[in-house]
Ligand binder design. Structure first.
Ligand SMILES: *Cc1c(COP(=O)(O)O)cnc(C)c1O
Length: 415
């Protein structure tokens, strides 16, 4: 199965796991919280890790395991853990692997809620350097003897800065640093996080992976590239068996078991169904993004378009090297001086005004007064967010219908 193509694995990777009941092709949703053992020794062995078995569904269950198998296969990893949300995957991973006195190097262009989480980690005594991850020299310069981890996203939202992921991967390898990459924006097959040298890849399944805006979920996949023997924070009790599993073991114990942000079995089913078309949807999302970006760029009422697929994007060459088959489906724009972005969004008829991204429908959002309002103007400037910026999350509609909608909305404003 691991040698087969992406779209094949997407729909077949979990079949090896299950004995389908009555020929059922979809993994059954098992709602049982508890699991019975034939004898007492069985449950003792399971608790002591001598035998793999589900014991309580906060930590593991069959439906979630099937989804983890597919996600792990798509990333080419050595194991995956699902969580209730993308934020649960991120916070569980960071709280499980860091402790007071550690230093981490973090992208200054983070998803807003992850940025706020970093402030919480700071309260718990983790030292954080925010750097421009498009510049490897800035990442290298932030290194300290107590640095444990580099954390970044591939393409930042909403300004679309592209991290120099391969260079960061090489640097982390040299220094034996854990490289944690949020790959929500560029899920496989767009981007191969393993080839780029990431250690752990985290993704919000809520976005492109499930794709339909009807379920929350998150995942962390260990790509098998990191030597956990070199990581100082793994508890001796979790240093068991294959060292490739040490990190996930600690994330599972501290994240799923102790923090408890477990994905619901019904959600796993919804995510698995949505994910069957990830490859197909991503292609269409990216085509729509590139075509609309090209249209907007040439329009007199648009001052600036932010999209890595455009030749004038500051990291276009990095994006071209690292991405396969598309440049992602987020693009942002600034309208020409004097045109009110709120008035413009109100003129859009097909495009929906909503927060969220990675939906099948194209969405528009004024950025500064909504998702980055809490950050304040000064921080917005540091992140490159203009006050009038509009973010678009491209869906899978027919391209011409989207262009027509933007055409009529632009014609209606600023005259
Ligand atoms: C949405 C998002 C998250 C959080 O995911 P949820 O499933 O909404 O918790 C994390 N990182 C990025 C880049 C996101 O876009």
């Amino acid at each position: 199965m691991s040698k087969m193509g992406f779209n094949t694995r997407q729909v077949h990777a979990d079949l090896c796991l299950n004995t389908p009941e009555h020929g059922a092709v979809h993994t059954s949703t098992t709602n049982s919280v508890l699991f019975a053992f034939d004898d007492a020794q069985g449950i003792i062995d399971a608790f002591q890790g001598k035998k793999a078995a589900h014991v309580y569904s906060r930590s593991s269950s069959g439906s979630i395991a099937a989804l983890q198998t597919i996600l792990n296969s798509l990333e080419g990893g050595v194991g995956a853990l699902c969580f209730a949300t993308g934020m649960a995957a991120i916070s569980s991973t960071l709280f499980a692997l860091l402790k007071a006195g550690d230093h981490i190097i973090v992208s200054q262009y983070l998803f807003g809620n992850t940025r706020c989480l970093m402030d919480t980690l700071d309260d718990f005594g983790v030292q954080i350097s925010f750097v421009d991850v498009t510049r490897i020299e800035d990442v290298v310069a932030a290194y300290q003897p107590n640095t444990r981890m580099v954390y970044t996203e591939t393409i930042a939202n909403p300004v679309t800065q592209v991290a120099d992921v391969s260079a960061i991967g090489q640097f982390c390898k040299q220094k034996a640093l854990l490289f944690v990459l949020d790959n929500t924006m560029t899920p496989p097959p767009l981007f191969d996080a393993k080839e780029a040298g990431a250690s752990l890849v985290i993704s919000s399944l809520t976005k492109y992976v499930s794709g339909h805006g009807n379920v929350l979920g998150g995942v962390v996949v260990d790509l098998g590239t990191f030597n956990w023997c070199e990581y100082a924070n793994i508890k001796p009790g979790y240093q068991v068996a294959d060292q490739h599993q040490w990190g996930l073991t600690q994330i599972k114990k501290r994240g799923l078991r102790d923090i408890g942000a477990t994905l619901a079995p019904a959600s796993a089913h919804t995510i698995a169904t949505g994910m069957e078309t990830l490859g197909l949807r991503m292609q269409k999302n990216c085509i729509n993004a590139l075509k609309l970006a090209t249209f907007l760029e040439s329009h007199s009422k648009v001052a600036k378009v932010y999209y890595p697929g455009l030749a004038n994007h500051p990291q276009h060459f990095i994006a071209r090297e690292m991405l396969q088959g598309g440049y992602g489906a987020i693009l942002s724009l600034d309208l020409a001086d004097g045109i009110d972005p709120v008035e413009f969004i109100n003129q859009l008829q097909l495009v929906i005004c909503a927060t969220h991204l990675g939906d099948n429908r194209t969405l528009a959002l004024p950025v500064a007064p909504t998702i980055f309002f809490e950050n304040g103007r000064e921080e917005r400037i540091k992140m490159g967010i203009s006050e009038g910026m509009i973010r678009l999350s491209m869906g899978i509609e027919d391209t011409q219908d989207l262009i027509d909608d933007f055409k009529q909305a632009l014609a209606a404003v600023g005259n």
